[in-house]
Design a protein around this ligand. Structure first.
Ligand SMILES: [Mg+2]
Length: 178
C-alpha cells in the first residue's frame, strides 16, 4: 500500500527545537507539554504572538532536528513492504533544508518522495501518519494520529503513542500485504 508520512513532529522533533528557540528569543520557559492545541502562538507571550512562526525561517533550524525515536527503523521496515511518501505542509523556503534532512536520516524514503501540500486530504495514499488532528480528521483513508500534547483533546480512532505503536498497527492490519 501507499503510506503518507508527515514530517514535522512525526519524523522530527521540531516542536522541541522550535520551543527552545522561542524561549531563547523571548526569555520564556514554555514547555512543549503546555502547548495543548494547534497554533503555538496561543501559548507564547503577547510580545511574540504570530512572530513565533518567523522563528521557523532561521537557516539551520530544520537541520538541527533529531529523528523521532525508532522512526528510522520502523520506516525502513515499512519501506520493504510499502511505498512511502513524505507529506508536508511546509513553507516553500524550508523545503530545501527538509529535503537534505530526509536524505540524511531517511535515505530509504528519499527527498524525491516529498509531497508539499496544505491539504493532505487530496493526496492519494491509503494510510496517513500525522500529528495534526485536522489532517487526520479530513483524510478519507486510514489515519494514524501520532500522539502530541496539542492533539490530546481530540478523539481519534487510531492514536499512536509512538513509532512502536505504528509498527504494531501495521503488523496487525496488513498481514502479508504489500
Ligand atoms: Mg506535523
Amino acid at each position: 500500500m501507499r503510506i503518507g508520512i508527515d514530517l514535522d513532529s512525526t519524523l522530527n522533533n521540531l516542536l522541541d527545537v522550535w520551543v527552545e528557540e522561542y524561549n531563547r528569543h523571548y526569555s520564556d520557559a514554555l514547555c512543549p507539554d503546555e502547548i495543548t492545541d494547534w497554533g503555538i502562538h496561543q501559548f507564547t507571550k503577547d510580545s511574540c504572538g504570530l512572530k513565533v512562526y518567523d522563528l521557523l525561517k532561521k537557516p539551520g533550524l530544520f537541520m538541527s532536528c533529531e529523528p523521532v525515536k525508532m522512526s528510522q527503523q520502523i520506516t525502513k521496515w515499512l519501506s520493504m513492504h510499502h511505498e512511502l511518501w513524505i507529506v508536508t505542509a511546509s513553507e516553500p523556503n524550508n523545503i530545501e533544508e527538509k529535503a537534505k534532512w530526509i536524505d540524511l536520516y531517511y535515505p530509504h524514503i528519499g527527498s524525491s518522495n516529498i509531497i508539499m501540500t496544505r491539504d493532505k486530504s487530496l493526496i492519494h495514499v491509503d494510510v496517513l501518519i500525522d500529528d495534526g488532528w485536522h489532517h487526520i480528521h479530513a483524510f478519507p483513508g486510514i489515519g494514524l494520529l501520532m500522539d502530541m500534547p496539542h492533539n490530546r483533546k481530540y478523539n481519534c480512532e487510531r492514536r499512536m503513542m509512538d513509532w512502536m505503536d505504528v509498527f504494531r498497527w501495521f503488523q496487525a492490519n496488513t498481514k502479508g500485504e504489500s
